[in-house]
Design a protein around this ligand. Structure first.
Ligand SMILES: [Zn+2]
Length: 343
């Protein structure tokens, strides 16, 4: 088969022949029909740091994908050949205290498909059957690859009731675009999107944001204050930009909540006492999604039409043209939303 893989620890990737992976006894072999590029894939491609070095070489990466079941392990239950599935990338251990307390997404022994074990930027991928989500009809087939990030946005946004709330979504890369739509569907009074890219701000408005601002504008905080005179109730911080985190904290009302989702590349220099403690703010870290609890919620949001994530999908490329896709995401202008790659 052909696959996009890391062949060295340096930047970039290669499109090469690879062995079709073996199906484990409790696993499925999937013929991949589409994959989308995740932030983790981008970090792996850019080799941004030791956290994203491949576990071995050559390594097929890719954390977000869907496809057709073509082989079923002897002990895998609940699937038939020909089933269309999306893949949950978290492989949880099932026996640690976290897993036994219904927090499998922050399992102590968590492994991620495409980061710790081979992933889906390939014609075929082998996954544990418990990581597959079977579609019951074709209505979400065109967005099957983006369900994992949509699920993370569902988890981040619906971690608390937003009905009647003023919500700021900071960072309008795909997770933030999805979050804007989900916050609107969740009944937020207003959804303000923040992103330096005019292209992504325009997408955020299409997804459901009521206003979109450039966090780099010197009057951004003043404009946020005019839109939310009491301060924002919730900031969903998905950019990881230290400057945007600081801006988000200042935009919150006393007692407001910062949903911390974006991963800063460096430690933050915060006014911990002044901005957080004395203002009674709450910080909530969100990592991934609550496995299939988030999938059930997203299936409902998507099938009911409450949220339409499709405008966030801006580009499709063939696997062999993967460099064009990564170049586009890496470009300064960020003139893209979610990018889908197909074999
Ligand atoms: Zn566990």
């Amino acid at each position: 088969m052909k696959a996009i893989m890391k062949t060295s620890k340096s930047r970039g990737a290669a499109y090469r022949d690879a062995e079709v992976p073996e199906t484990s006894r409790d696993g499925l072999l999937i013929r991949v029909t589409a994959a989308s590029i995740s932030p983790g894939d981008l970090a792996m491609y850019n080799s941004a740091g030791p956290d994203w070095a491949p576990p071995f070489l050559p390594f097929v990466f890719g954390q977000e994908f869907c496809g057709e079941v073509v082989q079923i392990g002897s002990q895998a239950k609940g699937f038939d050949k020909g089933d269309f599935v999306s893949v949950e990338s978290h492989i949880f251990c099932g026996v640690c205290g976290q897993c036994r307390n219904d927090q499998r997404h922050i399992c102590r022994d968590l492994r991620v498909i495409g980061r710790d074990v081979p992933g889906g930027l390939a014609e075929y991928a082998a996954v544990p059957a418990r990581c597959a989500w079977k579609h019951t009809d074709d209505s979400l087939k065109d967005i099957g690859a983006v369900m994992p990030p949509f699920g993370s946005a569902v988890h981040a946004v619906l971690s608390e009731d937003l009905v009647g709330r003023s919500v700021v979504v900071s960072g309008n890369a795909p997770h933030g675009l999805f979050a804007a739509g989900i916050a609107k569907a969740a009944g937020a009074k207003r959804v303000i999107a923040l992103d330096p890219s005019p292209y992504r701000r325009a997408l955020a408005l299409r997804l459901g944001a009521s206003t979109a601002l450039d966090p780099a504008d010197t009057d951004c905080l003043a404009r946020l204050s005019r839109l939310c005179p009491e301060g924002a109730d919730t900031v969903i911080e998905m950019s990881g930009s230290p400057r945007s985190v600081a801006l988000g904290l200042k935009a919150l009302r006393p007692g407001g909540r910062l949903v911390a989702f974006g991963l800063p590349a460096e430690n933050l220099d915060l006014d911990y006492a002044g901005d957080i403690v004395k203002r009674g703010l709450r910080l909530e870290g969100i990592s991934g999604r609550e496995i299939f609890r988030s999938w059930y919620k997203m299936e409902s949001l998507l099938k009911s039409g409450a949220v339409n994530p499709r405008p966030a999908i801006t580009h499709h490329f063939k696997f062999k043209d993967f460099k064009k896709a990564f170049d586009l995401i890496n470009s300064k202008e960020k003139k893209c939303g979610k990018i889908i790659l197909t074999p």
